[in-house]
Design a protein around this ligand. Structure first.
Ligand code: ADP
Ligand code: ZN
Length: 645
């Protein structure tokens, strides 16, 4: 938590201000924040981290997506002498990251396999000449001796290790090349390192610290809440129709991501949405590289694209205005789910995380785990991850409270901005229903040669004489028809929840239901079973309607910037059109020019001079010089008295 012994202190401010106190209002760091980035104040945690790294200390930063991690190494790199070297696995995004920095007037470059020799040489000589503030590298570059020698010959201000959870084998994004990053400290012991990640169970945290030798670094674990994201988990009925409804009623024209488990379903859903007039593109590892890169670029550059993707998509996508993330299949872990949903709403504006989940998902995921390669310990670990995800799906408590507890943040209050807070599901005593179901499974289990899935068991409980029931003479079972008090959908819910609670298991290819050790307690009557009853209506966001269905949602509303006042809407649209044209001209994503949040503030405050404009968050020195006059022109065109006719 302190400065590692023996680490060097560097002078921090080329202008001659004393070192240290980096976050103080007049400090070099605070000046860079205002001048380069156009921001008034640090966000929670940034000041301390930046101060520590500017002073030459190591840091391990765990902050949710959108928390503001990049500034934690970009500002120290600008304040300290030398080049900040950023290790990042996101080759496909380096160009955009560098473009965004250059738009701010920061001297940035990258080295990766997509460049030709000339481009590489140019970056290398800029680095050696001390003309780069930031240099982005893929981890595999550091395996190459020539790269290490190059770094030896230049002057390095710090190492930033982005997506640091890639070093953790426990997690879901493990990359072997990350393991050797521990050598950075051995080779350049006096260069401070800052490792950053947005995924952070206590296990992952520990593993990063151990593997990167950061146990003694300054650790910052941020509040992991993302109050502007509304979490909703809905029972899966007709997933395509449910998705379409969500997009049409709550997110028309918005950019978003739809995650599917398989490549085939990605293709199918993308085609379906496109057929419905929604600009949807597919993304998965099986697509041609060129198509993939093109779809990603369109998602980043155009407004309102819906990306239908496997989880191969998304890491490092820093598009700030992703308004929704929808999951059509159950994620394998809470960590993955939080990482994926976290890609919504980086700009702090209201966003939706929506997951449709059904019985089939549980059966499928359990089967995938059974069939997965690796040893028993590995499968057990996968099982633990899945169980936590299922518990989140089936909870009758606030989703956010559950999520935060998973990341070690216990005791949060109900959020008022998730489906269970907005429309509380009831919990009901499902002990008798569970007993009926389990006895049916027990009876069927006695017929050793036959294996029966959930559908057949439910048919028996409902007393349906289907051909299969008749064929096996299952009308004669004592449990035949004992479940007529519940509807089929409700029985599917019971099966799903018993699976989630480990009171029932699935086996084999056909998803045969089987008892577990814990089932016996329920059958014996020594254990009761609480189940979740879905609210009749699926919770719907109040974001667009402005209605107050949120009850105690004051917190959610405070966290998200206010919606635009009516008179600002046309101005905002004009600014957006200007931004779109400018971005296109320069071949960069629109948010590289200005974020939505900045345009909103401009539209609301209507600055009339460059000095006014400079006080708006996100308008730094470089952008003011470049776009200030143009913005004032756009605004002037929006305020003139309307001409008669
Ligand atoms: P992360 O890498 O943690 O996901 P980013 O570094 O991309 O987050 O920051 C998220 C957004 O917040 C960006 O648009 C960034 O410019 C903005 N931001 C970061 N720090 C500040 C600050 N101190 N004031 C205002 N905006 C900030
Ligand atoms: Zn809640």
């Amino acid at each position: 938590m302190t400065l590692p012994p023996g680490s060097e202190r560097h002078p921090v401010d080329p202008s001659g201000a004393p070192a240290g106190a980096a976050g103080a209002p007049g400090s070099a760091a605070a000046r860079v924040l205002r001048r380069v980035f156009g921001y008034e104040s640090f966000r929670s945690g940034q000041r301390e981290i930046i101060e520590h790294v500017v002073d030459g200390g190591d840091a391990l930063v765990l902050m949710p997506t959108g928390g503001g991690k990049s500034l934690c190494y970009q500002i120290p790199a600008l304040v300290r002498p030398g080049t900040g070297v950023v290790v990042s696995p996101l080759i496909a995004l380096m160009q955009d990251q560098v473009d965004a920095l250059r738009a701010l007037g920061v001297r940035a470059g990258f080295l990766n396999s997509t460049q030709d020799l000339d481009e590489r040489r140019a970056v290398e000589s800029a680095f050696l000449a001390g003309e780069l503030d930031l240099l982005y590298l893929a981890p595999e570059r550091l395996r190459v001796e020539a790269t290490l020698r190059l770094l030896d010959r230049g002057s390095i201000s710090l190492f930033a290790i982005d997506e640091a959870h890639c070093v953790a084998q426990w997690g879901h994004d493990f990359r072997p090349d990350y393991l050797m990053l521990s050598m950075l400290h051995e080779r350049w012991p006096s260069v401070p390192r800052v490792a950053l990640t947005a995924t952070a169970t206590p296990e992952t945290h520990k593993e990063i610290a151990a593997r990167l030798g950061l146990a003694d670094a300054y650790h910052h674990v941020a509040n992991f809440d993302r109050p502007n994201i509304q979490y909703r988990i809905a029972p899966k009925k007709e997933p395509k129709a449910q998705l379409l409804h969500l997009l049409r009623t709550e997110h028309p024209g918005d950019a978003g991501i739809v995650y599917c488990l398989s490549r085939a379903s990605v293709e199918k859903i993308a085609e379906f949405l496109a057929g419905q007039g929604i600009p949807a593109l597919p993304y998965h590892a099986g697509l041609d590289n060129r198509v993939r890169a093109e779809n990603q670029a369109r998602f980043l550059r155009e407004d309102g694209i819906v990306m239908v993707a496997t989880i191969a998509f998304g890491m490092g996508i820093d598009k700030p205005d992703v308004r929704f993330v929808a999951h059509l299949d159950l994620p394998k872990s809470v960590e993955g789910y939080y990482q994926e949903t976290g890609r919504a709403g980086r700009d702090g504006l209201r966003s939706t995380a929506w997951l449709a989940y059904g019985l089939q998902d549980v059966v499928q995921q359990r089967r995938l785990i059974d069939a997965s390669p690796g040893d028993a310990a590995h499968r057990r670990r996968l099982g633990t991850h899945l169980d936590a995800m299922l518990a989140l799906c089936e909870t009758v408590e606030c989703r956010r409270v559950g999520l935060l507890a998973y990341f070690g943040q216990h005791g949060a209050a109900a959020c008022g901005n998730c489906d269970t807070c907005l429309e509380p599901p009831q919990s009901w005593d499902g002990t008798v229903a569970a007993q009926k179901l389990l006895s049916a499974v027990l009876r069927l289990d006695r017929e050793r040669h036959q294996r029966f899935g959930a559908g057949h068991v439910i048919d028996i409980l409902l007393g349906r004489s289907t051909p299969k029931v008749t064929q096996h003479r299952h009308e004669t079972l004592s449990v035949f028809g004992v479940g007529e008090d519940l509807r089929e959908l409700e029985w599917r819910g019971v099966v799903r929840q018993l699976l989630a609670q480990g009171l029932l298991a699935v086996q084999g290819e056909h998803g045969t239901l089987a008892l577990t050790e814990a089932s016996a307690d329920v059958l014996r009557g020594t254990r009761t079973v609480a189940l979740r009853r879905e609210p009749e209506r699926v919770a719907r966001s109040s974001a667009r309607s402005g209605g107050d269905a949120t009850g105690g949602a004051g917190r959610a509303r405070r966290a998200a910037p206010v919606d635009l006042p009516a008179q600002a809407v046309p101005v905002f649209e004009k600014l957006r059109a200007w931004r779109g044209a400018t971005a296109k001209e320069q071949g960069v994503p629109a948010y590289v020019i200005f974020h939505d949040a900045t345009l909103r503030e401009i539209a609301t405050r209507m600055p009339t001079s460059l000095a006014d404009l400079a006080t708006i968050s996100g308008v730094g020195e470089n952008k003011l010089a470049k776009y200030g006059e143009q913005l004032l022109d756009v605004l002037a065109g929006s305020t003139g008295t309307p001409e008669p006719d």
